[in-house]
Design a protein around this ligand. Structure first.
Ligand code: PLP
Length: 442
């Protein structure tokens, strides 16, 4: 009997044995192509020699030193490298152990900044429906996914949500993509007026929505308008790039493609590429200077902040992504994968939409293509898709609740950037079996 408290009490996953490139192997020797990088984590696959060597080298030197006593060479170098490549204005890096911690840090920093700036009434957080920002209480309260929030609602702080920018579901007939983006961005201004802009702290969004809606990119101009509104009313723009950042969409930071820079940015997942647990919160020089010249310290902290071994891994990952150009593979490989998926499923009776950016791709499945009617949620088609793909040797990330936390289905693909064109066929074949119309209806 296992003493592990698993994710699901009635499922018995195989035991992983080892990894090789984009493949994971279980102890029976079966190979699985990691088509979702777990949950958009393993951007360098599972056997990157340089990252592994960097971790071993750091452990040999010193594995851990608490940040209340020391800084470390890998943490300093990683912060330098992140800032060198970050959107304009971001100047400081707060290293944590994952995405939820990065988001908690972002929310608390926003509040402390406003306090120290002399705007203590600013307390409201506005985010978007169908977003996910992590599972700790502050991050969960910020997220707008009804299913994830529901059981814990009595414990969640008050937050406010506007519509996502989700063209497949929200764009009106005859409305241009740009006009749609502008319309939903303007919901932020309406919400500010409702709450009193002087009481609002920040607006939080994923540049490309990940787990909850399936790689949904913003409409052109959407984030420019959001940035304009934030500036006009003096509220902070917090971008959650935990899933979509670190090259996943084809640029190191996803927001580069929308030509906006946040005041605070959260990253994780691809930063450690799965080799170590690491995340980071980046903020502008203006925010940092306000704290430095005020109380002089951010009233926050975790034991494993700036962990030297995790930082050494993150630095090695960035060297691979940026200096060695691996992130440059993402856009062309993503294009090829999307084209292959489009060709394979163009006539599939249940294909609703294929979307995304780079190697961050969502496939939305519907009962009826013309009306976009989703499958009956009680069918839980996502469970069957995941099981059939796994059986066929493909790891992917199917989810239900794409539309509103209950209705809708998508499959998220986020394969390692080191994948080769030859792996595309394997992915398409496994998906073809898993989403065959008869199989979907059970
Ligand atoms: N933010 C986003 C956009 C995410 O996708 C996730 C995880 O999926 C998180 C935050 C939370 O990250 P973690 O699971 O590392 O705590």
């Amino acid at each position: 009997m296992s003493h592990i408290f698993p994710r699901h009490c009635h499922k018995h996953p195989p035991v992983v044995s080892h990894g090789e490139g984009p493949f994971l192997y279980d102890t029976t020797g079966k190979a699985y192509f990691d088509g979702s990088g777990g949950a958009a984590v393993s951007c360098l696959g599972h056997s990157d020699a340089e990252v592994i060597a960097a971790i071993k080298g750091q452990v040999d030197q010193v594995a851990f030193a608490h940040t209340s006593f020391f800084t470390s060479a890998p943490a300093e170098a990683l912060a330098d490298k992140l800032i060198e490549n970050a959107p304009e204005g971001l100047e400081r890096v707060y290293l944590v152990s994952g995405g939820s911690e990065a988001m908690e840090s972002a929310l608390k920093l926003a509040r402390q900044y406003m306090l120290e700036k002399g705007e203590p009434n600013r307390r409201h957080i506005i985010a978007r429906r169908q977003s996910y920002h992590g599972n700790t209480l502050g991050a969960l309260a910020t997220g707008g996914n009804a299913w994830r929030r529901e059981p814990f609602a009595p414990l969640l702080m008050e937050t406010h949500h506007i519509a996502p920018c989700f063209a497949y579901r929200g764009q009106e007939p005859g409305e241009s993509l740009e006009a749609y983006g502008l319309r939903v961005a303007n919901e932020l201004e309406a919400k500010l007026e409702e709450l009193g802009a002087e009481n609002v702290l920040a607006f939080v969004a994923e540049p490309v929505v990940g787990a909850t809606a399936g790689a949904v990119p913003p409409a052109p101009g959407y984030f420019k308008r959001i940035r304009e509104i934030c500036d006009r009313y003096g509220i902070l723009l917090i971008l959650d790039e935990v899933m979509c950042g670190m090259g996943r969409t084809g640029t190191l930071f996803a927001c580069e493609q929308d030509d906006v820079a946040p005041d605070i940015c959260a990253i994780a997942k691809g930063l450690g590429a799965g080799y170590q647990a690491i995340g980071a919160m980046l903020c502008t020089g203006e925010i940092y200077d306000c704290i430095r010249d005020g109380s002089g310290f951010f009233q926050h902290g975790h034991t494993y902040l700036g962990h030297p071994t995790a930082a050494a891994a993150g630095l090695a990952v960035l060297n691979r992504l940026v200096d060695q150009g691996i992130a440059e593979r993402v856009a062309p490989m993503g294009e090829k994968l999307r084209t292959a998926l489009g060709d394979a499923f163009e006539d599939h009776p249940h294909l609703g939409d294929i979307r995304g950016r780079g190697l961050f791709i969502g496939i939305e499945l519907v009962e009826d293509r013309d009306t976009k009617t989703p499958f009956d949620p009680s069918l839980k088609i996502q469970d069957g898709i995941k099981a059939r793909c796994f059986e066929a040797g493909l790891i992917c990330y199917p989810m239900g609740g794409t539309i509103d936390g209950k209705r809708g289905n998508h499959i998220l693909l986020a394969p390692p950037f080191i994948m080769e064109e030859t792996h595309i066929g394997l992915m398409v074949d496994a998906l073809n079996t898993a989403i065959a119309p008869d199989a979907l209806r059970g």
